[in-house]
Design a protein. Structure first.
Length: 146
């Protein structure tokens, strides 16, 4: 879903305060990673762009013993995540700005719905490529609400 107006995006955040498009089942996540031939070593650095409250981030952290950084511009979702899943590093920031300004590199990047919600930044393959080129060390997963 692409939101044309900021109010539509805010309404979506209010309707789904914890996020509504994530993979919340550890077995399903493992199956997806296996199909994509993604092998994550313990203590790897994972970035979840558009993390919402960090449901999927926390599953990845627990299942693979990795460090997860979640970035989302929805402050209400970040607050929920910090309270419910405190072992994740949360950054409240526009994901496009984060990509442009960070010097950090990651072993795995999860791209959530945050890209699709922002038509202004051209949420398409070229944007995913730019993110991959700047931040990515090994694998990238594009979560389209599987």
């Amino acid at each position: 879903m692409v939101y044309e107006k900021e109010q539509e995006l805010k309404d979506h955040y209010n309707k789904y305060p914890r996020g509504g498009t994530t993979i919340a089942n550890p077995q399903a996540l493992r199956s997806i990673f296996d199909m994509a031939e993604i092998n994550i070593s313990p203590h790897s650095n994972v970035l979840d762009l558009g993390c919402a409250s960090g449901v999927m981030s926390d599953i990845i952290r627990r299942e693979y013993d990795v460090n997860v950084t979640g970035v989302d511009s929805a402050f209400s979702r970040i607050l929920i995540g910090r309270e419910e899943r405190p072992n994740i590093e949360y950054i409240e920031q526009d994901i496009h700005k984060f990509v442009r300004t960070t010097a950090r590199k990651f072993d795995l990047i999860i791209l959530g719905y945050g890209l699709k919600a922002d038509r202004k930044h051209g949420a398409d393959r070229s944007e995913r490529y730019r993110i991959k080129k700047k931040l990515y060390e090994d694998k990238i997963i594009y979560n389209q609400g599987m």
